[in-house]
Design a protein around this ligand. Structure first.
Ligand code: HEC
Ligand code: HEC
Length: 271
């Protein structure tokens, strides 16, 4: 029992704490909040902002066409951030928009969203980062903003990033992974992993290794991350049909194949 003379100071301390750390802030680690990205089509504002958003969407979907000088392979943003960057567990834009600036262990600094996007150009697209404040970056930011309307700021949302994979029962096996790849993936990505081209020379299915795929500095060069992506998203439109072990195995197989070096490493073949 709290003695009466202490009750009032304690109560005001509690109120003070609540004012300082409101329940929303305490919940900053939550992943239970379900968010659905609003549509872009038909809802764009008129004028320059609408045009910029639309341009960002085009860059996102046809990166090699609309931002060609910054792209060094056959992938687009949408190759990995599916459904125009809004599919849960494929690192959707609405899951990212509200959690930057963010501390990242990869480079031990606090990154802004723009710097994060530059990283995807450099590693995932094996290209050159577009300058901050330039038209390409502004358009991608405007598009990210538009699909994130209504998303809370400072919260980790359900479906943000990639599915976290616990360590598999058995260590990932490239040999088993090769068999998974041949039976479940090669139809689209090719037995040689080089993807397939449509008649009009456009990339129909992107390469998953080799000179036209992501480089060794990319997030997908981490087997656990790649396994999380595959588990939820591949085979295309048949996510969650592989077991966790199969996802780890096929990720280990893909990441054991040749691909461009990490441009940060001396002697890396980066142009
Ligand atoms: C080869 C696959 C790949 C491509 C291509 C790619 N990204 Fe990424 N991107 C990733 C991975 C992997 C992550 C890290 C996700 C994680 O760790 O949760 C990421 C993270 C991001 C994030 C931060 C997400 C978050 O939740 O923190 C943004 C924003 C982003 N990418 C934008 C882009 C844009 C814009 C492009 C095209 C210019 C692009 N990406 C191309 C794989 C890719
Ligand atoms: C039905 C065709 C199809 C099948 C089967 C398929 N994929 Fe994909 N995959 C795609 C398409 C299409 C994309 C790009 C998505 C986009 O551009 O909208 C993609 C993207 C990817 C990516 C990211 C981009 C890249 O090239 O690195 C990886 C990794 C990947 N798939 C792995 C797999 C694995 C592993 C399997 C088998 C378990 C698989 N896929 C089965 C069609 C397929």
């Amino acid at each position: 029992m709290i003695p009466p003379p202490l009750a009032l100071p304690l109560l005001s301390l509690l109120t003070g704490l609540l004012l300082f750390f409101p329940p929303g802030a305490v919940a900053s680690g939550t992943r239970n909040f379900q968010f659905f990205a609003p549509p872009t089509e038909g809802t764009l504002p008129n004028g320059p902002l609408g045009r910029l958003i639309r341009q960002g969407e085009l860059i996102f979907i046809h990166t090699g066409q609309f931002a060609h000088r910054y792209v060094g392979n056959d992938l687009t943003c949408e190759s990995c951030h599916l459904d125009r960057g809004i599919k849960p567990y494929s690192a959707p834009l609405w899951g990212a928009y509200g959690i930057y600036p963010r501390y990242r262990k990869k480079n031990h600094t606090v990154s802004t969203l723009e710097e994060r996007i530059q990283g995807c150009f450099r590693f995932s697209l094996n290209g050159t980062p577009p300058p901050l404040g330039g038209r390409t970056m502004k358009a991608l930011l405007a598009y990210s903003f538009w699909v994130s309307r209504g998303a809370p700021v400072g919260l980790y949302l359900k479906g943000q990033g990639l599915r976290h994979m616990s360590k598999p029962a058995e260590p990932p096996s490239r040999l088993r992974g090769k068999r998974v790849f041949e039976s479940r993936c090669s139809l689209c990505h090719g037995l040689d992993g080089q993807g397939t081209q449509a008649d009009n020379n456009q990339v129909a299915f992107p390469p998953v290794w080799g000179p036209r795929s992501f480089n060794k500095g990319a997030g997908f060069y981490n087997v656990g991350k790649l396994a999380g992506f595959i588990k939820m998203n591949m085979p295309l439109s048949k996510g969650q049909t592989l077991s966790d072990q199969q996802a780890w195995d096929v990720a280990a197989y893909i990441d054991s194949q040749p691909r461009p070096e990490d441009p940060r490493k001396a002697g890396g073949k980066h142009s």
